[in-house]
Design a protein around this ligand. Structure first.
Ligand code: AKG
Ligand code: FE2
Length: 471
């Protein structure tokens, strides 16, 4: 079926679909009302008050009368059958519409909650920090807590359960006992025994005769007694990997100095006539591996057209392992049957000076809730490998969503209309290990990108290979 959490655009589209469905809902109510009116008056017409013979048996003794009666009955029966129609609901396109309606499934809600938790982990956020513009209700927070709990993320689970507990109202469907149970369980699993004991004790106060809780409590006391470490479940650990640091935009000083020393210029792609009159603005983002940013290489209008073509075609992006949590986005490969795609491909050829003959189709991609693509290489380890990646940013991203290279410490911020280019392979054909990169989780905004993966075949005279081990 259809997936919603892995593309924020799909989630947004759903609002339109609901509006549309609501409109037809109201149309069908009107139609149904007219139908009932029609049936009522047909019924009135047929009321056999005066028209039927009082004694049909007597009546049909006369063959002419019998004939007339038969005719009349036939007409009336057809009339009745015609008017006792199936209701509109059962017989026309409404059914069809409902049949093809894509309803978000529990997996979608779990995927979305999982996205929130991922954001918290990478960006080190408490529940209060991630609810910047909008708060979750106690029931919603309980759901997020459960998803975290079953992903073994006990600290986040605990913090969400605690938030849920604090915001419970008389309208909440989440019950206090379940919450206390999960609060003590997650504290225990995290290793904070005194906190586990505290909530377990509260649970016992609510439910004093529950023997299971009594056993649980004594177990926690025993754990507390034998444990040496007692981590603080209320404070998030702020240690982080290079990938996370880069995603948060904390670039170290050495990196930023080196990045500043790099240059910016106008390029005509080595004298390409199509670029002579409109040279492309080129900026060197990094030297090794060489990463070049090209500004304003696609217009907002072209971007809108690409998005509109892609929307109905998007499906969950895969990696070598199929659909996994490594990559939460939806995407589609677009061929040159679309004029805009042909135009963009030509522009990439002009800018890079590389042949597009063996390149893959343009790959348009939209990220989901907390959507990301964990560190990876684009290279496929095949003959005619992906020599270079041309990555077009089709949107700005308010917070998060940078493309980062953890091995060298570079973070590229999406800038709508710009693109970045790097070579995945050295000139001798070996993979450049420093090109490992990732798409950071999107914390705020909708991220759209388009990749053009350029392959080796056809580049023999454009990017000559080298026999040197080093290049
Ligand atoms: O979205 C990004 O920033 C990176 C995308 C990427 O690495 C890929 O699609 O291979
Ligand atoms: Fe990639």
């Amino acid at each position: 079926g259809h997936e919603f959490f892995s593309s924020t655009d799909q989630t947004a589209q759903l609002v339109e679909k609901k509006k549309y469905l609501l409109m037809s809902f109201s149309q069908y109510i009107d139609a149904e009302e007219k139908n009932v009116e029609a049936m009522k008056s047909a019924f009135q017409n047929l009321l056999p008050l005066y028209s039927d013979p009082v004694d049909p048996e007597e009546f049909t003794r006369d063959p002419v009368a019998a004939y007339k009666l038969l005719r009349k009955l036939r007409n009336e029966l057809i009339y009745i059958v015609k008017h006792i129609r199936l209701s509109f609901y059962q017989c026309n396109e409404y059914q069809y519409e409902l049949e093809f309606l894509e309803i978000p499934q529990p997996e979608d809600l779990n995927g979305a909650a999982s996205g929130l938790i991922r954001l918290q982990e990478i960006y080190k956020l408490y529940p209060e920090n991630i609810m910047m513009e909008m708060s979750l209700s106690a029931d919603e927070a309980y759901h997020v807590g459960l998803v975290a709990y079953y992903e073994d993320k006990f600290q986040h689970a605990f913090l969400w359960f605690l938030y849920s507990f604090d915001t419970l109202t008389e309208y909440s469907t989440t019950n206090k006992k379940d919450l206390l149970h999960y609060l003590s369980f997650s504290a225990n699993r995290f290793g904070s025994q005194h906190v586990a004991i505290h909530f377990c004790q509260q649970l016992l106060n609510l439910d004093p005769t529950n023997d299971e809780v009594k056993v649980q409590l004594s177990l926690y006391r025993w754990h507390h007694f034998i444990r040496t470490s007692n981590p603080d479940i209320f404070t998030l650990n702020t240690e982080s990997s290079k990938y996370e640091t880069l995603c948060r935009g904390e670039v170290d000083e050495r990196t930023s100095k080196r990045q500043m020393a790099l240059s910016c210029r106008y390029s005509t792609g080595g004298g390409n006539p199509r670029l002579m009159y409109a040279p492309v603005k080129e900026e060197v983002e990094w030297d090794e591996p060489r990463i070049i940013r090209y500004h304003d290489i696609i217009s907002d209008r072209e971007i809108e057209i690409l998005k509109n073509i892609s929307r109905p075609l998007l499906s969950r992006s895969e990696t070598i392992g199929g659909v996994t949590n490594i990559r939460t986005s939806q995407s589609v490969f677009l061929d040159e049957g679309y004029p805009v795609v042909a135009r963009v491909n030509q522009r990439i050829a002009d800018i890079t000076g590389l042949s597009m003959k063996s390149a893959e189709h343009l790959h348009v991609q939209n990220y989901g809730i907390g959507g990301k693509y964990e560190p990876h290489y684009d290279e496929l380890d095949t003959e005619n490998d992906r020599i270079a990646t041309f990555l077009i940013y089709m949107s700005d991203v308010e917070i998060g969503g940078s493309t980062v290279f953890p091995k060298v410490g570079v973070a590229l911020k999406p800038k709508k209309g710009s693109a970045v280019l790097w070579y995945n392979l050295h000139k001798n054909g070996n993979v450049d290990l420093n090109t490992e990169h990732a798409g950071c989780p999107v914390l705020r905004g909708n991220k759209w990108v388009a990749n053009k993966w350029i392959h080796e075949y056809g580049q023999e005279f454009r990017r000559p290979c080298s026999l040197s081990y080093w290049k």
